[in-house]
Design a protein around this ligand. Structure first.
Ligand code: FAD
Length: 331
């Protein structure tokens, strides 16, 4: 079998796919149109995932490889690595895309190491160089000051991880046709290295990536108290609270809130940056937002260069005024 297809790992939690899987599926469709003779394969591990299989086809998969085994219900790195490495050896994909979630980052590295192939982590752009049939993997480098495009010409599969929220998913089309391959896989006896005792979902900041409105605070907020005001504004607008690394480093909010190069990449309809200067490492995480509003007391703050609207002023006066206006409108 020639290497030609594109594998997309569909990460699931509680029998549901994580949105990043569909974002990658949409990108894989686009790549497949430029890669002659290629098909998009969704790869799923676990049990009771029939609905996810159907959705994978609706979201753009030509085939779904469903490794059905209750032992794979929960993510255990060495088990997932073993299965996925075996699937790559059997079905020989040319490209393998994985979401840069906590699990995906680990898994991608483990698979690439075992297969002795290249992996580009945290890509912000993927394209095909048609004449070479190569995947062009673009990601920020040197602290976000440069964009590097990386190729993996000597080894297969060409592997990339992409952070949630970077690519745009396609709406599902349940009339699309596709094939589901249920893989009978006997999990080999392996030494039990990890046992999952309990799974506790993280609550704070976990909805940030898919919130339509994000109100972020930076150094200018001045402390954890200031974030309560941002939370109030976010609640009124049906949104979530984010933060710059400076605010996270000071312990005002947990890391889950951090937006930017070493935090989350988001693309809300409305992003309001309060007391954030606009460092490049912050901007890379928000630049795809539809509308960026900046509130900053320094009229020369770099954030105003990327903002669609700016308010020069003290956020401790501007934010309460906004809250008051919205509350009055809602009365
Ligand atoms: P500051 O730069 O201190 O800016 C505070 C702003 O608030 C100023 O513009 C000031 O005028 C304004 N202000 C102060 N008081 C008020 C007030 N009362 N009302 C209105 N405005 C006020 N940063 C991130 O955010 N996310 C990342 O993921 C990230 N990753 C990084 C990765 C690397 C490798 C490196 C080197 C850095 C990274 N950083 C990241 C840090 C980044 O370079 C900046 O240091 C950080 O974003 C600054 O945060 P800030 O804008 O909140 O603080």
């Amino acid at each position: 079998m020639k290497h030609s297809n594109i594998f997309v790992f569909i990460e699931t939690v509680n029998q549901k796919a994580k949105p990043v899987s569909w974002e990658l599926m949409a990108k894989a469709r686009e790549l497949s149109e430029k890669l002659e003779g290629s098909e998009v394969w969704g790869v799923l591990l676990g049990n009771e995932l029939d609905e996810v299989c159907k959705e994978a086809i609706a979201r753009g998969a030509d085939k779904v490889l469903y490794v059905k085994n209750s032992e794979l219900n929960e993510y255990i790195n060495y088990k997932y690595q073993k299965v996925l490495v075996d699937m790559v050896k059997k079905y020989k994909p040319e490209i393998f895309l994985i979401g840069a979630t906590l699990e995906g980052r680990e898994l991608a590295g483990m698979i690439a190491t075992e297969l002795k192939t290249g992996l580009t982590a945290d890509c912000t752009g993927l394209d095909i160089i048609p004449e070479k049939e190569l995947l062009a993997m673009t990601r920020p480098t040197f602290g976000g000051n440069l964009m590097a495009t990386i190729f993996c010409p000597e080894h297969v599969p060409q592997m990339a991880t992409v952070r949630p929220g970077v690519m745009k998913e396609l709406p599902p089309d349940f009339k699309r046709a596709g094939e589901i391959i249920v893989e009978e896989y006997q999990m080999p006896e392996v030494e039990k290295l990890i046992e999952v005792l309990e799974s506790i979902p993280v609550k704070s900041g976990s909805n940030l990536q898919y919130a339509p409105v994000v109100i972020s605070g930076g150094n200018g907020v001045g402390g954890p108290e200031g974030f309560k005001m941002l939370r109030k504004l976010a609640d009124l607008l049906g949104g979530e609270v984010g933060a710059s690394r400076a605010a996270v480093k000071k312990g005002w909010v947990p890391y889950e809130y951090q937006v930017g190069q070493t935090g989350k990449t988001i693309r809300p309809v409305l992003y309001i940056a309060c007391g954030i200067s606009g460092a490049i490492q912050h901007i890379v995480g928000i630049k795809e937002s539809d509308i960026i509003v900046a509130i900053n007391k320094d009229e020369n703050a770099p954030i105003f260069e990327v903002a669609d609207m700016g308010i020069v002023g003290d956020l401790h006066k501007v934010v309460p005024a906004l809250i008051e206006i919205i509350e009055n409108k809602l009365k």
